[in-house]
Unconditional design. Sequence first.
Length: 68
Amino acid sequence: MIDTAMLVCAIGSRLGKITKNTPKPLIKIDKKGFLDYLFAKLSKYNFRKIYLLCSYKKHLFFNLYNKK
């Protein structure tokens, strides 16, 4: 098994009000976070760890995905 990294630092300024409090990768689509869809796709590759590389509102990513 290997590790992988994802760059998830997009502010999403073109989405206006939608991303005022929520970074673009954390936006909900059909009641599920966008990143959760990506993780579901990645799960079939048996990665040992997935590193999220982020800066904008990084505490939100940490609270949701640390130790999962």
